[in-house]
Design a protein around this ligand. Sequence first.
Ligand code: AMP
Ligand code: MG
Length: 404
Amino acid sequence: MRASAYPLIDADEAASLVLEHTPVLGIERVALAHCVGRVLAEDLVAPASLPAFPASAVDGYAVRASDAGKQLRVVGESAAGRPFEGKVTPGSSVRILTGGVLPDGADCVVMVEDVEEKGDVVTVPAALKPGVNFHAPGADLRAGERVLAAGEQLGPAELGLAAALGFPRLPVFRRPRVALMSTGDELVEVGEKPGKGQIVDSNRWALLAALREAGADVKSLGIGPDEADALRKLVGDALREVDVMVTSGGVSVGTHDLIKPLLESLGTVHVGRVKLKPGKPFTFATLPEGRLAFGLPGFPVSSLVTFEVFVRPALRKMQGFARPHRPTLPVRLGYDARATAERTEYQRVTLRREGNELVAETTGSQSSSRLMSLAGAHALVRIPAGAQGIKAGTTMEAMILSLP
Ligand code: AMP
Ligand code: MG
């Protein structure tokens, strides 16, 4: 063992350092089918008005409001996509279907339920108002209007709008390409039977899911050995193709912990130890050409909590999200929270609603090796450094993972 050369950095300061060094990635034009969840990189301006023509909102008859109460001759039909080419003159009407173009001369649509039909004559109600039962051109949006702002995330409604306006592709921020590697001589692949002293590599699957959920395009490097030269070779080859490297394990100060010296030789280590529980040995480095490297601790809970605190916000910033952080909400503690006075602590909780409040219950033992503390957790309650015992009933801020 050697003493760590790295100062213990405050958790918020470490998170700021990470974001300060995180670039926003470039822009690419992507087909609508692949845009969901992506962030728009340029404002989207409507090239034309919607609707582009006066479109009937109902099935009925296109008439002139001044013909109220009269018997009108039906001179034709305007169906969706099949407009009536003539004109509605005084005393006449045109059968119209939802989405059909309001013919010239007509100024309103009477619902089919409100007319009396007899042969090719309809009797319309005694009171009619112009402008009724159709969507006027530009009623939904006008040509030149900003429809979506750069920085907005694209979901179903936004993509529908883009299609309606005639954009088959959209400018979005690139997704980060991430190399993911587990390290440790004790690790075996899932499905293999661990021998004495061996354990299954579970972090890679947990982190693969977390990375994908955060929008990353992941290249898995498998399991790296606790051997400096072999590790360097594995990483060196992969780095050329990615924006970010994420490793787990090998960041504490044991003699087999090789990630920190490796990152030092490749770039600059900005964070080597954090006042954070779990996750004290979290390591962050910048590498040449704007690349980032995150050395996450080996314990399964530590790796996922440091992912949430440091990696996800960085990946979101890279993808152009205006708000890199997960939402937080005040929650009322349903349990007495013991705190580690010198470190910020993220405790795993489930949430339930009680009236207008969210009440947090602990998921049990918060050991950093116990993934069960995170399975099914709705939130991470943030216990600030310096806090002592926090009593049940206290309201604390929590990072929301999912709502109950
Ligand atoms: P390390 O940071 O390499 O000293 O790892 C600390 C502990 O985390 C190890 O003793 C293992 O119990 C556990 N660990 C490390 N890597 C993994 C992994 N990929 N999957 C599951 N557990 C791991
Ligand atoms: Mg290890």
